[in-house]
Design a protein. Structure first.
Length: 320
């Protein structure tokens, strides 16, 4: 069993590390082991001990539950991808990096799929927009930290490191062959209400509100065009559904021929995820149930699509 575990761990390490990374050198640095000690572990002559396995699991965000291959249907280990004080910026970039890595793993596969349900505007929709990205980060910091001196939006700058990780996320998320989104009908309106809240606090100016509104309208126009064609990112298939039911959080399920991953959004920018088959099956079934109770507006559903996007624009005008 130890040998099988070590084999699975080595395989998982190779899957997770970036291409062309020297696995032996990585393990030597992480575990503070000599070259020969690492190669004995890579060959399977010596097993990784529990402390070494835990270090690897933590550093690479690998689920030991997945590696062990637990059969129990009533137990699962979830990996935490949370943002905590005091390293909020570093944690956030690490959070986005985990998404980037997941999409990067899908990149070589022609059968890669993404199923999502969002009650907020998805990262893949708004990260190309500077002001919307800045506002989401500004709002989250206000909630988590407050601003002792009531920092105004105009005085706040989105860190360059976050802008850079957003660009990498936008690039890597473009390679999924088939994407499906179930959208909450009020996700744009909820953001507009948040913007209005900060306007009433005098932390946003009316001019800034109109600039954010302009980006939102541009985003809506682009999404309407994508929904009409059913393709995006250079010909990749995409479908949009409008949910007829409320759902409590945002969910993403990724799959290809070699792996599947279940991601549940928590605490706004945080997530928990699992590779466990039973979790992924339930998650996929849940997302499919949401799709069945939703209205398809991609390619077909012209009337519903036009009504939805016109309604969003009218409501934005009413709020902002």
């Amino acid at each position: 069993m130890n040998q099988k575990f070590s084999e699975n761990l080595v395989s998982a390490i190779k899957d997770v590390l970036p291409d062309k990374t020297n696995v032996a050198i990585y393990l030597m640095d992480l575990l503070s082991l000599g070259k020969e000690a690492v190669y004995r572990r890579l060959r399977g002559a010596v097993s990784f001990d529990i402390e070494e396995s835990a270090l690897i699991s933590k550093d690479l965000n690998i689920s030991l539950d997945h590696i062990i291959g637990m059969k129990s249907k009533d137990k699962a280990v979830f990996s935490l991808n949370l943002i905590q004080r005091p390293d909020i910026q570093e944690d956030y970039c690490r959070f986005i990096d985990n998404y980037i890595h997941a999409f990067h793993r899908l990149k070589p596969y022609s059968n890669s799929k993404s199923y999502s349900a969002y009650n907020v505007i998805p990262f893949s929709f708004y990260t190309p927009y500077d002001l919307i990205s800045k506002f989401y980060w500004y709002k989250w910091l206000y909630q988590m930290q407050g601003f002792e001196n009531t920092l105004k939006f105009s005085e706040f700058t989105l860190p360059q490191k976050i802008s850079d990780v957003h660009k990498r996320f936008t690039e890597e998320s473009r390679f999924v062959e088939n994407s499906s989104f179930v959208l909450s009908r009020d996700m744009f309106i909820s953001l507009a209400k948040d913007v209005d809240f900060f306007l009433r606090l005098n932390l946003l100016t009316k001019e800034e509100v109109q600039q954010i509104k302009s980006e939102l309208l541009d985003l809506l126009t682009n999404l309407e065009s994508i929904a009409a064609s059913g393709v995006w990112n250079g010909g990749k298939e995409i479908s949009f559904y409008l949910s007829n039911l409320n759902f409590e959080s945002s969910y993403t399920y990724l799959e290809c021929s070699d792996f599947e991953l279940s991601i549940l959004r928590v605490f706004s920018f945080g997530s928990i995820h699992s590779f466990k088959n039973q979790v992924c099956e339930v998650h996929k079934d849940w997302l499919n149930s949401l799709r069945r109770s939703s209205t398809l507006i991609s390619q077909s559903g012209d009337v519903h699509r036009a009504e939805y996007f016109n309604e969003q624009k009218i409501l934005l005008d009413a709020i902002l």
